[in-house]
Structure formats: C-alpha cells, structure tokens
Design a binder for this molecule. Structure first.
Ligand SMILES: *Cc1c(COP(=O)(O)O)cnc(C)c1O
Length: 421
C-alpha cells in the first residue's frame, strides 16, 4: 500500500460493542471509534441485520432511479433539520464538503458574468478533507505541502474571531464554511456569540453559511448538530444554509451527505452535480438504521451524560497529574485533553502520539488531534462502566508518566485488578 499513513503496530480482527480485539487476542476499549465513525460501536446486531437484509435486495442502482432507503433517509434527515430543505448523498466527508463548495460557487455565480462571487472564507486550523478543493479549504499548511498551486478562492481567518471574519469579507465572497467544533484542529468549539455573529455577517453580505458537521455532527455532542448544543442556552433562531455529514452517519458504512436549506435547495439543478455510488440503497439502509437506533436507545442523551461524566472524571485526573494532563474540553462524546509539555521530555514523537501509544499498551484506542491533544470519540452507546474503565486506564497511564508516579494515588496493578482485565 502507498505509505501515506503512519500506522500503529496493531492488526485488528473483530469487535463487539465498545471493544475490539487484535489478531493476537488482545482486547482494546475503542475510544477512537474509527475516528468518530462507529457511532453504535462494533457489530451492532440491528446494523448488521439491516445491512444483511438490504444486501439481499439491492446494493446499488445508480442515481438514475429511485430507491426506498434513499427516500426514507432523505425524509428522516430533512425532518431532523426541522422538516425543511433537501439533501444530496455522497460517499465521504470530503465529497459532502465538495458538494457544499459547489453549491456556494453556483450560488455566487451569475449566468452572464463568470466568475461571479466565488471566494469562500474558512478558518485557521480547520479540516475539511483531502481532495484538492477540500485541502484548499482546510486552514492547515501541513496538508497542502506538495500539492500547490492550491485551488483559487479560499481565505483562512482565525477561528472564533468575528472581527477577522468581517475584515476578510470582500466583493467576491460567496460563503463562509465552519466546523462547529474543530476536530482535527484540537477539539476547539465555536463560542455561541461567534456562531450568531457569523450568521449575522452572512445575512448582511448575502453569503451562504456552510457548517462542516462531518466529525462534530450526528448526536456526538448530545444534539443532532454541534451548533444546536453550543447554542442551546442562548435564545436564537440560528440556521445554517447547508450542513455536511459523514463519519457517524453510516455507523461504519461509508456514506456522506449535505443538507441545504429550503431557500437554496434547488440551486444545484439537473446536471450540476453527481456521483455514481453516492446514496446507494445499502449505504442508506445502514444510515437509516443508525438513526433509528440512536432514537430508540436515546443515544443523544447517553452521549451527553457519559460525556459529562468523563469530563468530570478527567478534570479530577488533570488536577491530580497536572504534569501529564493539562486540560479537558469538548461536548458530549467529542472530547479532547491536552498533554502537558513536561510529560514526555525524554521521548521522541509528539506528546499526543506518545500518550496514545501508552494507552495502547493498556488496552485503549484513542486518536491524536495535532501534537498535544488526545481525542476520545467512543461509540454513542458506551456504558458508564466502560467509561469508568476508560477513565481509570487514562488515569493509570497518567500515574505511570507522572514524575510523582511513586505517589500512593494510583497504581497500574491494583487498577487492573479493579477493572478485571
Ligand atoms: C473527517 C473529516 C472530513 C473528511 O471526511 P472523509 O470522509 O475523510 O473524506 C471533513 N471534515 C471534517 C470536519 C472531518 O473531521
């Protein structure tokens, strides 16, 4: 395989719920969740049944025809957006964002003068995907290296900085694209006033507000979309013009989508956009089942409760081991904690990757976000016992790494006894 990934030395063979096993039989608690994808954990019987059943009827028909799962999923998603707007299905997050970017360009173009308005403002440290347009949209230089010249028409400004945003708007601007919580950028959430301010700027300058909900969406924060969670205590009528989705949408089955509000729902008319696989019956049946399980099992509430519980536990751990854990942040089950610069003074590699590797040794999967932040993105149906095990393991690693590891606080052997692994 092309060596574009620095993989860990772990080969996974199967999973059940919150756990996965490697080919040597070692069990891991999966708080990586396939990078915020496995929203129902592994091998959820309702999801595997839905995929099995649909695969015996139709897997793929192209978008030349209608299929029931696609129509049902579109109905369900538009219902979640308040019974308005329309959706377009793709296969991935980057493709969902590509669709939104095309929507914005089409919105900004005028048929007699091309190009019309075409500039899109995004934020520093954002992440929007790995295609040529979405790396141009992404506000991180490291992912653009080697791929210049970048596609024209993107400006990046500091996140959560309304003045910088306003200053960047020009006569060619047609849209602003934002993550409600920057996932690859270190679990950094938008402030409520920022979201409302950006909405007001978009209204004032006739710009589309595009929300990239690929990682932070789909109930992970305790609400369907992260901006709903962020704004829940702020009276408002915030509505974006379009929202992209992927990751948790299919619970592990590849599917992406973007939703567009009713005002702009017919901008991408016949022939303006397409995909062969996107929204095929198998992917849609999977995504539909994920939504039904989330609803039936109230997994939004679970994400909120377990998220608060874990945040409280980890905040105590950060107080106990300030030389290892610096801070804890996030909403629901999209959490990040910062590793202190003192933690790995005599080891090579980034702080976050060292901590992630230490967690591997003790049977927990997690994901680095940048050099300093470790992300927890467990399944939305993780139980309190599993969350306790996750916390204890993290605390155990902190104790090992800490200068004060001789202290009586926590000890790995006792910990393993308590947890029983
Ligand atoms: C993962 C991610 C993407 C890209 O999704 P892919 O499915 O990898 O193409 C886009 N935006 C955000 C915020 C993401 O986290």
């Amino acid at each position: 395989m092309v060596p574009s990934y620095a993989r860990y030395d772990i080969t996974l063979s199967h999973g059940k719920g919150t756990y996965v096993w490697d080919t040597a039989g070692k069990r891991y608690l999966d708080a990586a969740g396939g990078i915020a994808v496995n929203s129902l954990g592994h091998a959820h019987p309702r999801l595997t049944d839905a995929i099995h059943e649909q695969s015996q009827k139709l897997m793929h028909i192209s978008n030349l025809y209608y299929s029931e799962p696609q129509g049902q999923l579109a109905a369900k998603l538009t219902e979640l957006f308040g019974g308005r707007g329309k959706v377009f299905f793709s296969n991935s997050g980057a493709e969902a964002n590509e669709g939104m970017l095309k929507l914005a360009r089409k919105f900004g173009s005028s048929s007699d003068v091309e190009p019309g308005r075409y500039e899109i403002i995004t934020t520093l440290n954002s992440f929007h995907g790995r295609t040529l347009a979405t790396i141009a949209a992404t506000g991180q230089d490291k992912i653009k290296k080697g791929f210049h010249p970048m596609m024209d028409g993107f400006t990046h400004v500091a996140y959560n900085d309304l003045e910088a945003m306003e200053a960047a708007i020009g006569p060619k601007t047609c849209a602003i694209m934002l993550e409600g919580i920057q996932g690859e950028g270190g679990i950094v959430a938008a402030f409520p006033e920022y979201l409302l301010g950006v909405r007001a700027l978009c209204d004032k300058h006739n710009l589309l507000l595009l929300m990239d909900g690929v990682q932070c969406g789909h109930f992970r924060t305790g609400c369907f979309q992260s901006y709903q969670r962020i704004l829940e205590e702020t009276p408002n009528e915030f509505q974006p013009d379009a929202v992209s989705m992927a990751k948790s949408l299919g619970g592990g089955f590849p599917i992406g989508a973007f939703w567009v509000s009713s005002t702009h729902e017919d901008i991408l008319g016949e022939g303006y956009h397409g995909t062969t696989y996107g929204g095929n019956p198998l992917a849609c049946a999977a995504a539909l089942q994920v939504l039904e399980v989330v609803e039936d099992e109230k997994l939004d509430e679970n994400a909120r409760e377990i998220g608060s519980f874990l945040t409280a536990c980890l905040t105590e751990t950060a107080d106990l081991f300030p030389d290892v854990l610096k801070s804890v942040r996030g909403y629901g089950l999209m959490m990040g904690f910062e590793i202190s610069p003192e933690a790995y003074r005599d080891r090579d590699g980034t702080l976050s990757s060292n901590f992630v590797k230490d967690l591997h040794k003790h049977g927990v999967l997690s994901v680095p976000s940048g050099d300093k932040i470790v992300r927890l993105l467990p399944p939305l149906n993780i139980t309190k016992d599993e969350a306790t095990e996750l916390h204890r393991t993290i605390e155990g690693v902190c104790a090992e790494v800490s200068d004060s590891s001789g202290d009586p606080g926590v000890d790995m052997a006792t910990l393993k006894d308590q947890i029983g692994y």
